[in-house]
Design a protein. Sequence first.
Length: 481
Amino acid sequence: MIINPADGGVAAEVVDTDPADVAAAVARARDAYQIWRDVTPGDRARVLLRLADLVEASADEFTRLEVAETGKPVPVFAEGELPFAVDNLRFFAGGARSLDGTGAGVLSAGYTSLMVRRPIGVIGAIAPWNFPLIMAIWKIGPAIAAGNAVVIKPAPQTPSSTILLASLIEKAGAPAGLVTVVTGGGDVGEALVTDPGVDMVSLTGSSETGRRVMSGAVTGLKRLHLELGGKAPALVFPDADLTAMATGVAMGATYNTGQDCTAATRVYLERGIFDQGVEALRSVLASIKVGDPAASGTDIGPMISGAQRDRTHGFVTRAQAAGATVVTGGAVADGPGFYYPPTLVVDADQASEIVQREVFGPVLVAVPFDGSSSSASSSASFSASFEDEAVRLANDTPYGLASSIWTQDVSRALRVAHRLDFGVTWINDHLPIASEAPHGGVKGSGFGKDMSQEAIGEYSVTRHLMIKHAAPEPHTSFRPA
């Protein structure tokens, strides 16, 4: 039973896969892989292009399903996420025709070596509930572009858009079983990860889930692609446009009700602009309209579940008990649905859980920084010292997925960006992505890239073909008759 987070009612009912039946799904995928691996890149691309057209033509149905199961406002999905998902598919279609080997040459006397890229086999994919359609496409698209088959388990809260997507893949011309959906909870995921017929596991989820998947995959020595949690900092320097910063960081903190691993969760403001920056953020966050996803003017909808809302609120109340101050938000809304307001917290210690751990809700923590720990006296060395402090604080969590820098100084932006340990750093913005650019993290945020040509490479392996030259024919001189 799937719950609509906007009102607590039933959105859909889906039969969970028996874990014992996962092996049958993997076997069907293995049969389809034997066909698909030898399909030419051009034909794979044509299937993906037809799939993109079918998804676009089914926009209303995808919107209905995604809004009912996630609580996203209709325009957010219909005008933003769905067109981007279609663009992803069209990019992967082009990428299917660009998966080249690294070259050929005589590397050892008497032999010619060829380096070719080949698919891996059957991919066991596990997708999250925060972006069900996009995350399914980020796994399925590059995997089948590279020639693999996929068995995908969507999150138990949001399976319907993935089920619809899989039905359209076969309609687009893919072999039966090339993409199979298994539904259910952790037992189904465990069966998929440990099935000996699965060659690679691709997960988007929490860092804790990533550790469990790594443990389950180790017996089979399976390849892994892990896109895990985040705790993205925004570093705000004194010359930043605070109006633009407040708008960008607030949007980055609350998009999808903050249920985004790249969400802006920590904002570090230079002490001299701290109060001004906090007030600018408070004003924007307080103006964000939380409400019915179907209502006109709604900016953000509910959280995915009561449990997730209560977990988020728990972080806030524990921070208050430890001495932090809530500037705006921080109260559970009355009435049906799992709503939580945009929340700004100050006076939290860098070592506290609300700064260090992923909340996964619309909660932003503001922390000041300066160079007071340095004895520097010159303005140049002081500038370097507070950059040092900002970088130290930003890097001081287990995560390394996303970050942003807010400054008008291009040199500073580049200096600081090169020292941040994150997969992506935005300058004077937070959250934009493109199909052509890789998405993924470092440290506790996992490894492997979604989107871009790098993603297609993730689902393939380089093979070395070495051809022995035939012995030369004996040389004879030409003598005319």
